[in-house]
Every structure is written in structure tokens, then in C-alpha cells.
Ligand binder design. Structure first.
Ligand code: HEC
Length: 264
């Protein structure tokens, strides 16, 4: 009994520490709302993934065929444009990179990303891919706001451009959460300097800020799909099961009434 109490106590006591660890990211996370019905977004996510990520990160629990069928991409189009490694369409989406070599190059081998939307969460991935910044003190020349001292290069830098830390003027917030206004000049917002924000060097990226955000949205949405490819099917089955239970419930109720009718 004493032992059980001790275990329960130690779990309870460790809860605040776990919470602290989770909130250790010092970055204002932008929320992410996945959409599995948005096929163009998922198709673009897959295109970006095979072009920019699959070279290092496998999706070994995901087969090309199942993926392109769900996304509505014809097999010939997929074989021509999405499968570069000479693999067959029925094969899992593995990478040609040797994990041992990769470990030597990057310090950590690039992990398989089939489940990353579950382990890290989509919001984390969405922000991770947006917050690489120039940091000459790091071996690869970049750091990341949500993954400090990351061992991955900024592979989307040609799309996003070179991003740096800077001090920028942001609206000053009042205690009630609203923006503070200048009492003398009507409508003028009061600003304050905030350092550690990220700014892209103008003209260094192929995409505008909005286009880049949309591309990262599609990539994250694709990884959300990959983490559970049968999610939509599961939702549909769930609805059928609930409907079935409701109908069964009605009959059981009627039957129950019928049985008790003569007793009362
Ligand atoms: C040149 C190889 C390389 C490429 C290309 C690459 N990554 Fe990475 N990535 C890595 C390495 C190495 C790590 C491990 C970093 C560490 O642990 O410090 C990593 C880590 C990650 C993680 C964190 C995984 C975790 O849970 O720790 C995510 C998410 C990720 N990469 C996404 C992507 C996406 C999306 C792309 C394509 C846009 C991509 N990566 C392209 C090498 C690569």
C-alpha cells in the first residue's frame, strides 16, 4: 500500500516538471488546422516531400500506391513525377540514404517521419519548418526556434530565403490583451521593440512569405495524412457504429416496453 502511495505521489510530483519541459520552447507557436479533404494541398505536400525530404527521411510504413490512390493521382503520373528512386509503385517510401553515413554527416541520422505528426504534433512541424534561421556558430550554419541546435540543414532555404534573427517593433499589449493606443494621437498604436524575431532577407527566396507558409502548410498536412492514412475511413466507420447503436437502442427500448407491458 505504501509503495502504491509512493508511486502515485511521485507521478503527481513529476507532472509540473513535464509541463515545464513541454513549454520550454520559447516561440509563439502559430496554430495548425489540418484538412484531409483538401486534395490539392495533400498532392502539393507529397510533391514537396519527395523532392525535398525523401532523400533523407523515409516514410517506411507508407506505400506509394496507397498514397497516390488516396490523393487521386494516376499511377503513370506518379511513376513519372513522384518516384525517382526506380522503386515500384507497390513499395514503401524508403530512402536511399545509408543511415550510418547520414549519422556521420549530420550527427544524428534523419529519423523516419511516418509517425512524426503524432510524436511531435502538426503544430510543431508547421512551426519547425518556418523557423530555421541563419546562425554561423552552428556546424550547418542554421539553427531553429522550436528545435534548438537542430542537426538538419534548412533544405527549403531556396524557397523561403535567408532568415535571420532581428529586433522588430511590435504592438505593445495591454494587460487585458488588447493593443495599447497612444492617448494623445487617436488611433496610433504604441509599439515596443522585440528581439529574437525572424525576418527574411528580401529577394533571397523563390516564394513570398505567404507562398512559403502555404507550402509548409501542405507539407505538414501531408505528414498528418501519412501518420494515419485511414483516418477518414475511421471517422466514417465511427458514424456508422454510432448510428447502429442508436437504432439498436430504439429496438431494445421497444422490446423492453413490450416485455413489461403485461407485468404492470
Ligand atoms: C539532408 C538531409 C535532410 C533533409 C533533406 C531533410 N531533413 Fe529533416 N532532419 C534531418 C536530420 C539529420 C534530422 C535530425 C536532427 C537532429 O536530431 O538534430 C532531421 C529532423 C527532422 C525532423 C524532426 C524529427 C524529430 O522528431 O526529431 C522533422 C520533422 C524533419 N526533419 C522534417 C523534414 C522535412 C519536412 C523535410 C523536407 C522539407 C526534411 N526534414 C528534409 C535531415 C534532413
Amino acid at each position: 500500500m505504501k509503495k502504491t502511495t509512493a508511486i502515485i505521489l511521485s507521478v503527481l510530483l513529476s507532472l509540473p516538471t513535464l509541463g515545464w519541459a513541454a513549454s520550454a520552447i520559447n516561440w509563439d507557436m502559430e496554430p495548425f488546422d489540418p484538412d484531409l479533404h483538401d486534395k490539392p494541398s495533400l498532392q502539393n505536400g507529397m510533391r514537396l516531400y519527395v523532392n525535398y525530404c525523401l532523400g533523407c527521411h523515409s516514410l517506411k510504413f507508407q506505400r506509394y500506391e496507397m498514397t497516390v490512390d488516396f490523393l487521386g493521382i494516376p499511377h503513370e503520373t506518379a511513376l513519372e513525377n513522384l518516384i525517382f528512386s526506380g522503386q515500384k509503385i507497390g513499395e514503401p517510401m524508403t530512402t536511399a540514404m545509408d543511415p550510418e553515413l547520414a549519422k556521420n554527416w549530420f550527427g544524428a541520422p534523419p529519423p523516419d517521419l511516418t509517425q512524426v505528426a503524432k510524436t511531435r504534433g502538426t503544430e510543431w512541424i508547421y512551426n519547425f519548418l518556418q523557423t530555421f534561421y541563419d546562425d554561423p556558430s552552428r556546424p550547418l550554419g542554421v539553427n531553429n526556434k522550436v528545435f534548438e541546435n537542430v542537426g538538419m540543414p534548412h533544405v527549403l532555404a531556396d524557397l523561403q530565403g535567408i532568415q535571420r534573427e532581428a529586433c522588430v517593433q511590435v504592438p505593445k499589449m495591454a494587460e487585458n490583451g488588447g493593443e495599447m493606443r497612444d492617448p494623445l494621437v487617436p488611433g496610433l498604436a504604441i509599439t515596443e521593440e522585440k528581439c529574437g524575431e525572424l525576418v527574411v532577407d528580401e529577394g533571397t527566396g523563390l516564394y513570398s512569405a505567404d507562398e512559403y507558409r502555404a507550402a509548409v502548410y501542405d507539407l505538414t498536412n501531408f505528414l498528418y495524412y501519412v501518420a494515419e492514412p485511414t483516418r477518414l475511413q475511421r471517422y466514417r466507420t465511427g458514424i456508422f457504429v454510432l448510428l447502429f447503436l442508436v437504432i439498436l437502442g430504439c429496438f431494445t427500448y421497444l422490446l423492453n416496453r413490450e416485455y413489461w407491458k403485461d407485468v404492470r
